[in-house]
Design a protein around this ligand. Structure first.
Ligand code: GLN
Length: 217
């Protein structure tokens, strides 16, 4: 897992923020590569000490129920909650989005929620009709034209609180009609979440958005 892509350098004199990637499961390397391209130093986070060293954290896709259990067994759940409560910027994609939500529908009873974004998400929401699909989205805060988005057994956001900014929806022409206009990217303060996988398309604009959020924080 520890590939040569990782920059194992603590905070240096440069302005590159150190951004961790929760490395329990999922697209860890892909996120790290995109973060580095977007101007950050990426490091894997599996331990509480590592969590304490980062300026922000990416929670990758995978399986939210599994990641929830692994957060517990790695004794990261409470430290992560504490850092989020202190305002650490975070970006969750897909399963990461589910973890960051206040509530997950169609989840497991014992699945932990980090409650960093005041939203209710539905797991595998598109799945009953379209398991995986791709779509071009306009994302608020991402310039340079539509973003090609890959959805893999993705959630959608069913409900958002007043402090949550909706930054992307599925186009209203998307089939089936149940998928059209669904909320698939949100931001609440310094916490960002996408239902899709921006680490898979070679387009680092979402990671740039997050690196910018971390730099401003
Ligand atoms: N369906 C997964 C979950 O519920 C998320 C899928 C993904 O991250 N690609 O956690």
């Amino acid at each position: 897992m520890a590939g040569e892509r990782w920059t194992r350098v603590p905070k240096g004199p440069t302005t590159r923020p150190v951004i961790g990637v929760l490395a329990l499961q999922g697209d860890v390397r892909e996120h790290a590569a995109m973060l580095e391209r977007a101007g950050a130093r990426a490091m894997p986070v599996r331990r509480e000490r590592e969590l304490s060293e980062v300026d922000g954290l990416v929670l990758p896709g995978g399986e939210s129920t599994t990641m929830s259990r692994l957060l517990e067994s790695f004794e990261l759940l409470e430290p992560l909650r504490a850092r989020l409560a202190q305002g650490m910027p975070a970006f969750g994609s897909c399963a990461g989005m589910i973890l960051l939500a206040r509530q997950a529908l169609d989840g497991r009873q014992d699945q932990h929620q980090l409650d960093a974004i005041d939203m209710v998400v539905r797991r595998n929401a598109f799945g009953r009709q379209v398991d995986s699909f791709e779509s071009d989205l306009d994302v608020t805060g991402v310039d340079g034209g539509p973003l090609h988005a890959v959805f893999i057994r993705a959630p959608w956001v069913e409900k958002t609180g007043d402090d949550v900014e909706v930054i992307a929806r599925v186009p209203h022409t998307q089939e089936p009609p149940a998928a059209a206009d669904r909320i698939v990217a949100v931001r609440q303060g310094t916490v960002l979440a996408t239902a899709f996988h921006p680490e898979l398309t070679g387009d680092e604009r979402v990671h740039r958005l997050f690196v910018g959020i971390v730099q401003e924080a």
